[in-house]
Design a protein around this ligand. Sequence first.
Ligand code: HEC
Length: 452
Amino acid sequence: MKHEQQNLAVSIFSFMFILLFSALAISAEPQIEIDFETQVLPIFQNRCFSCHSASKADPNGTITKPKGGVELDNVKGIETSLHGEVIIAGEPQDSLLYQRITLPEGEASIMPPSEAGAPLTKLETDLIQKWIAHGANYGKWTGNQSASKPLTTDTHPHQPTVMPPITSLAFSHDGKSVVACSQAGLHVYDWQTLTLQRTIAVQARNTHDLAFSPDGDQLAVSGGNPATDGIIEIFSWPEGKSLHVLRKHRDSVTAVAWRDNLSLASASLDRDIILWDLRTGTSVQRLKGHSRGVSSLCFLDDKQTLVSTGVDQNVRVWNLATGELIRSLNNHTLPAHDLALRPNQIGLPMVASASDDRTVRLWQPTIGRMVKFARLKEAPLNIAWLNNGSKIVAACADGVVRLVDPDSVEVTGEIPALNGWAYSLAVHPTDGSVIIGGPNAQVKKLPVASYQ
Ligand code: HEC
């Protein structure tokens, strides 16, 4: 019973946490005091920090200065920008910041500038308006938290959790940078030093998944606004220029998988999977079959067979030539979070799945067989294969990373990595290490090759 409750909690948490986090950020009750850190700061982080963070040097010594002399990532900066105060407590209409975010769309001086995406929503500008009207109180926040701080592996259990969780991680193909996504947008870090190289603003309020195209020249970011719309944004890499914004889902997009350099599939809490053609920027196929939200996708090497899983506990196999659901495999007993194709597989393709039922299961999707499963002490939230296919790495709900041998299905390593849920992980393309991400923007580099 205890376990079931824990599993249920994990399941609800992992699917709802980010949604709740954002609901907090936008539910401006007129009577209720607005909390800067949880409500206003995420908007600044998401939409302004990429241009308005305190001066910082990248690893080459190039200094990036805040645009317009306005720093929004610390209280001092907000109060003493080049042009004086941009916020006048109690007077939203006279506050330059409020004026600039409420200009009509298309106006040259609107913030964020039109090339950095859509204007803030009315909910967001109203929230900022109320916060200024109520006295622009920053609470305990003094700033400079995410934008200019390098990623650290330190954790501060006594500090309040103010940083959003890292929901996905991906290495650039050259292995030199790692991209982390969270509610604060995309942060690009140098892999050797884990220092922040740059941030990239994204349109989605919440982000859930990242994936580089097979040639490494594009990065897809998925997310959305809970229960409203799902967004997939495609960036050029390494430029970080937004190339496409794909919006046909009616709820957050939890996962993206590239089919080739010009097409990809997306999975959403709206229960559908959509295939997109990037030559036209349109949807070409919509796959219906999951009875609840879809959480993960993976293509087999033939690029005709797609495997999906989700909250309905089923692993489903689709034939994209016909658009048909070929089979549904229902061995999981609780929602499933992730799928990963075994690399360098000889013989029938093999896919691993991770579920709240605390198992990692191995499937041969083309013949509809569950081959084996490993039972873990805690629920695996995110899984990946080591590059040679010798182990499955599982980031688990207790912050521990577990290594699973696919042949013996034994857990061969347990490495404590983070405080709290280890939401995300990525395997480095060559150096035998992995990166793990979790709550409060925690990340950790683990040399897993040495634990094998
Ligand atoms: C893509 C970069 C970019 C983003 C994102 C961005 N800004 Fe700016 N911002 C600029 C530039 C460039 C200037 C200076 C030129 C100007 O004033 O238009 C500026 C100037 C400003 C100024 C000062 C205007 C003045 O006259 O002194 C304010 C206030 C401001 N931005 C607020 C914001 C806010 C609030 C956000 C987020 C909601 C935001 N900006 C997002 C680029 C950006």
